[in-house]
Design a binder for this molecule. Sequence first.
Ligand SMILES: O=C(O)CCC(=O)C(=O)O
Ligand SMILES: [Fe+2]
Length: 180
Amino acid sequence: MKQRVVIEKFFKAMARSLELEENCFLEMYGETAIMNARFNFFPPCPRPDKVIGIKPHADGSAITILLPDKDVEGLQFLKDGKWYKAPIVPDTILINLGDQMEIMSNGIYKSPVHRVVTNREKERISVATFCVPGPDKEIQPAEGLVSEARPRLYKTVTKYVELHYKYYQQGRRTIEAALI
Ligand SMILES: O=C(O)CCC(=O)C(=O)O
Ligand SMILES: [Fe+2]
């Protein structure tokens, strides 16, 4: 299935799940959206206790389509201070939500912190496609998700990924810069 079709189906389903007009996220994400693909290669590492594959981070995308290694685990997600392994499920892609979806959903959908650990014996390969709104697009909480009971949590952001690289280098969470 084409990645663009996956994105469309996801965004529409997520909007419907929040009782929003189904094109609401897609329209904000825009026609000029970009897909950045990154191939990750993790060689075997004799000291997994000392060396991390990818340090803890949340993705700066709206969503990330991940093709994990078909044999070697390594991806872990942080929840309530504990790391949980993402299991290997044959012939599947893993969809991860990024910060820009957290912003559009006014914090209802979370962009999880994750990392990749190294493996002593085996190499690991993954392909991550980061789906990013076009640089002309303003990303903000959907109007239908802001109310007196649930105030707006995030500012309007543009070119979020540029900011994300800077924060990533510093080991900081970019979403904090978007908080009101
Ligand atoms: O290799 C993986 O499974 C995840 C990679 C990742 O988190 C990333 O490239 O941002
Ligand atoms: Fe990631």
